[in-house]
Structures are given as C-alpha cells and as structure tokens.
Design a protein around this ligand. Structure first.
Ligand code: ZN
Length: 335
C-alpha cells in the first residue's frame, strides 16, 4: 500500500509536486541515514494541495546532497495522488490526516497504512515529528500541539510565537506521534506564499541539528486552545455572494486570530429560512446555540471568541469545516 525506500531517488530533488504520483505511484516513506541515528520524522502532503512542506524538504535535501545529515531523517509523502490533482483529497478518498492511530475510522485500509508507518517509526525510536500543512485562508504561521508538555511546547515555539493546543479532531498524525515523541503540526500560511518554504526549511534544519529538545518553554509564545469546530449542515446551500441559503460575508477571512466581540456577523441567511451553523465542542457535543444567535436574517456571534482557519474556499469548507473557535490559555506554571 506504500513504498518504503532506504535511499533518496535523485529525481525527488527536482521533481514537481504534481508529478510525484506518476513517479512514486503510492504514498512513500523514505529513510535517510544521518550521523545521529535517532530519526527526525517529517510528514508532508497528507493534504495534496498543501505543498510548502515538500518544497522545503527539496531545499533541505539539496543542502545535504554534499554533506552528511546531522541526524537520520524519515520522510513520509502522504497523498501524492491528490497532489497530482492539486486537491486536499480526491472525492473517493478519506482525509489522510484523520486516519492515524486514535481515529474513529480504524477499519479503513488507509488507517492500517498509517498504523504501519507509526509502528515503523516507533521501532526506530523516533526523535521528534513534524507534520507540515498549509491553510486555505489567511492565517499567521503557527504550530499546533496535542499535549501541553514542555518539550512539545518548546518544539512548537521554535517555529512560531503562536501555538495552538487541540484535542479534536481525532486521528491526526501529530496526536498519534505524540505518544512516541515530541510532535507538532506546522501551519505555514497558504500554499505558494513567498517566504513559507524558507520558514519551514530553516525550522526543519534547526530541528535536525538539535542534540535534544529543550525542556524550557519560550516565554514569548502565545498559547491558544481550540474549543469548538464550526461546520455548515450538508442540507443548506452556501456561498460568498447573495444567492444561497447561507451567504457568508467574505470579510470573515480577515477574522482569523482576531479577538471578536459578541454581535459580529458571519453570514446573511435567506429570509424565512431557519438555516443554522453546527458547532461541535471537544466532546463532539453540538453547542451551536452557545456561540451563535440568529437575528434580522443574520448569523451573529453570541460570545467573544477567536477563530482560526476561516477561508473563502467553499470546497475546503465542505471537505473540512468553516473554522475553529479558540480561547487564549495561560502557560502552565513552572514546576
Ligand atoms: Zn492540511
């Protein structure tokens, strides 16, 4: 179901992301030997249209073409088939970042593949894990963790001052690897943005050079906790103009990582319609009425929150969600 390689095919240094599938044919795990044998794990293209991670790896591999890697490196190229079509996932595929150990869908063949990858890296005593993503909307670069452990926060803080702690959705790569080693998900802005590849590249290179992961949490980090996930019921049409049942306001994309006050409007709904947004908390309870109210044909915020991942990309909204809602949390006290 996936390739496992023990040396780097020369072609990967220059191949275009959309040509990866024709070359590899399958998801591919590549192990490269470094001076320190405990491997750093890098996961990329779990979502096929999020290219920053792969481009950063190409830059890194070019650097180490003529010198030894300071530490072994294991690279997983997750969904080259979707990358060929420049899509998050193909219509018939499941989301490749919801099927890692801990998933609700462990009966799927793809979930079995992700369990195999996890088992291989457990046997190799993986040093740290970095899963690289892009957003479809305007967001700052940030790192996500699923455990409030100092080494995990420290690994995240090396990438960005903005750190997001989350425990749902289930079955994400970083949560599975958090059982084995310090693990982060990087959100590197939108695919193709200038500077993102360099940012991811220098971060991976810095991690490769670490003797160990520091245990002191950088004081500068701002820590947020994802408290809810917002989706649009499948039964309602939606869009960003004025001809659907739920008409989202395009400016919501500017609200990411902004502290919003109650009364902020997200959408205009068709008169006479009782359309609503679904909001799920960390325990998968529907809590929409806690966060939104419906007045004068508008959907407005009911309490102060900070959204992330708001986008105007309607496919991403259908395939994933409209946004996440977050609260700021204090850094754990020193012990
Ligand atoms: Zn992604």
């Amino acid at each position: 179901m996936f390739n496992e390689l023990f040396e780097l095919p020369e072609e990967l240094l220059t191949i275009k992301v959309e040509d990866l599938f024709d070359f590899l044919q399958k998801p591919t795990l590549i192990h490269l030997q470094g001076t320190n044998e405990q491997p750093l794990f890098i996961c990329t293209l779990l979502h096929g249209n999020e290219t920053t991670g792969f481009l950063a790896l190409q830059k890194l591999l070019a650097k180490y073409k003529t010198q030894a890697l300071p530490r072994s490196l294991s690279i997983f190229i997750g969904n080259p088939e979707a990358a060929k079509e420049n899509q998050r996932r193909l219509e018939r595929q499941t989301d490749f970042n919801r099927i890692w150990p801990g998933t609700h869908e462990d009966f799927l063949a793809e979930a079995h593949m992700m369990k195999n990858i996890t088992d291989i890296m457990r046997q190799k005593n993986v040093f740290a894990s970095i899963d690289i993503h892009n957003n479809t909307g305007r967001n700052p670069h940030y790192a996500c963790i699923t455990t409030l452990d100092k080494q995990y926060m420290s690994l995240a803080g090396m990438f960005s001052n903005t750190v997001v702690y989350f425990t749902t959705p289930k079955g994400v790569q970083s949560a599975a690897f958090a059982e084995l080693c310090p693990a982060v998900t990087l959100e590197c802005g939108m695919s193709g943005e200038a500077g993102s590849v360099d940012h991811a590249y220098s971060y991976i290179d810095k991690c490769l050079g670490l003797e160990s992961i520091p245990r002191d949490v950088p004081e500068h980090i701002k820590l947020f906790h994802t408290v809810a996930r917002v989706t649009i019921p499948d039964s309602y049409s939606f869009g960003f103009s004025d001809d659907a049942t739920i008409n989202l306001y395009p400016e919501i994309e500017m609200y990411n990582f902004c502290e919003l006050e109650p009364g902020k409007a997200f959408a205009y709904i068709e008169p006479e319609s009782t359309a609503y947004l679904l909001v799920y908390d960390d325990h998968e309870r529907e809590v929409g009425r806690d966060y939104f109210e419906y007045k004068d044909n508008e959907i407005v915020l009911r309490k102060p929150v900070m959204p992330s991942m708001l986008t105007v990309n309607t496919t991403a909204i259908r395939q994933d969600c409209l946004c996440y809602l977050m609260e700021k949390i204090k850094l754990p006290e020193d012990d």
